[in-house]
Design a protein around this ligand. Structure first.
Ligand code: NAD
Length: 424
């Protein structure tokens, strides 16, 4: 099929690239010419395993990028809106990019027939029907039905986005009408997974409910861990014992510094805020958020107990990305840790295999080391904040004081160091 993706971030570019790899003809649209240029050179603007390879295979054949939305829509049957929906200051989602994309799309739809618009961005229930659809109708002068409308939430995880897109657990298709859903289902017909067809707002809610559940599950085990730590019980054995119950499962039961990234924090805050607007106080979701916010403070308190005041101390911060295998630092739990260290006048030297550039925007003045070993050189204390595999077996011999606080239960070689695990 002929497909356009609007927005070439993690979701838009992965969607476009994977659909091209499956043989569709894809045009990726972005407002940023530098991203478009990179993609057209076969280079990925983001780090995602497997993405670069697909771009190399497809660009110049059945995948291209452009800033020209009109041409992209005129040459496609389905377009996916994949622009960002960031949090505003109050936790509500900011719809400015969605509205602007829908406005531009609507104008092109005035002269294009047989086109289906699919909202893939994460939006609170009701947004596709009550915000996007009216903008499309107003700007096209057409009624929904004359063009198709779907909501198709994306469940990919950064770091394994290509694999998740290609082999999803399920595809959810929220449809305005039968024809719209049928068209989108056609695109997914090669996927070996359940395809659930719903109405628009149910599809939107499935995404929020899924992310809120997973975030709550992590906060749950962190809460249990904080209790275990006081009791001298190994949280990881508790989690293992729990996860042998098939109703619980081991996934998202990994105690640690907590969750970050562009989705969990934003989505759980978005749902809390939307629920409040509807007159409901979502206490469980609020608690999950509170537990998560507390984890960096707990880690720092452990570090203070071991090393005393941070003032003038050289602190090696290992891990800046919100999780391993990504360069994404949005809402990374490392950031409140670094901020607090700087407030307490520590000398921070940071290292991350992929996320240094993204961190520089937030912390331009801290020192960055080219390797973990360099960061550890002469350090008074090391904080391990992201679960990169290379942090499993580090050489701590260059440290001044070998105090290591492990926020991710990742360190394997604990001999010869003063090791403290967040829950150990
Ligand atoms: P992102 O910020 O990485 O990318 C968004 C892109 O959209 C940017 O390149 C931006 O320049 C572009 N853009 C903005 N306005 C545009 C317009 N009018 N026309 C064309 N391009 C435009 O965002 P992302 O991480 O890919 O997330 C996109 C959406 O998908 C969000 O709603 C997010 O919550 C959701 N989501 C993200 C993930 C994830 O892991 N990142 C997973 C599932 C769902």
């Amino acid at each position: 099929m002929k497909v356009a993706t609007i927005g070439t971030g993690y979701v838009g570019l992965v969607t476009g690239a994977c659909l091209a790899d499956m043989g569709n003809e894809v045009i990726c649209v972005d407002i940023l010419p530098e991203k478009v240029d990179l993609i057209n050179q076969g280079k990925s603007p983001i780090y995602e395993d497997g993405l670069q390879g697909i771009l190399k295979r497809s660009v110049g054949k059945n995948l291209k990028a452009t800033t020209d939305l009109n041409t992209a829509i005129e040459n496609s049957e389905i377009s996916f809106i994949c622009v960002g929906t960031p949090s505003d200051g109050d936790g509500r989602i900011d719809l400015q990019y969605i509205k602007s994309a829908a406005e531009s799309l609507g104008k092109v739809l005035a002269s294009v027939d047989n086109h289906t618009v699919v909202v893939k961005s994460t939006v609170v229930p009701g947004t596709t029907e009550n915000v996007v659809l009216p903008i499309l109708e107003k700007n096209s002068g057409k009624k929904a039905g004359e063009f198709g409308v779907c909501m198709n939430p994306e469940f990919l995880r950064e770091g394994v986005a290509v694999e998740d897109f290609m082999k999803p657990d399920r595809v959810v298709i929220g449809q305005y009408d039968e024809n719209s859903g049928k068209k989108l289902a056609e695109l997914y017909k090669g996927f070996h997974c359940p395809i659930l067809r719903t109405d628009l707002k149910t599809a939107e809610m499935i995404k929020y409910a899924s992310n809120s559940f997973l975030a709550t599950k992590v906060s749950f085990i962190n809460e249990i861990g904080n209790i275990c730590k006081r009791l001298g019980i190994d949280t990881y054995t508790v989690a293992e014992g729990m996860s042998l119950d098939h109703r619980i499962s081991p996934n998202f039961l990994k105690a640690g510094l907590g969750w970050g990234g562009s989705c969990f924090p934003k989505d759980i805050k978005g749902l809390i805020s939307h629920a409040k607007e509807l007159g409901y106080e979502p206490k469980l979701l609020q608690s999950a958020l509170k537990v998560n916010r507390k984890q960096p403070e707990i880690l720092l308190e452990m570090a203070r107990k071991k090393a005393g005041s941070f003032e003038g101390k050289r602190v090696a911060v290992l891990g800046l990305a919100f999780k391993a295998e990504t360069d994404d630092t949005r809402e990374s739990q490392s950031f409140p840790v670094i901020k607090q260290l700087l407030d307490e006048k520590a000398k921070v030297i940071a290292y991350d295999p992929k996320a240094e550039e993204n961190t520089k925007a937030e912390f331009p003045d801290i020192k960055y080391a080219p390797s973990a070993e360099e960061a550890l050189r002469d350090a008074d204390i090391a904080l391990i904040l992201t679960d990169w595999e290379e942090f499993q077996n580090l050489n701590y011999s260059g440290m001044k004081n070998k105090i290591v606080i492990d926020g991710r239960n990742i360190v394997k070689n604990r001999d010869g160091i003063d090791y403290t695990g967040l829950f150990w």
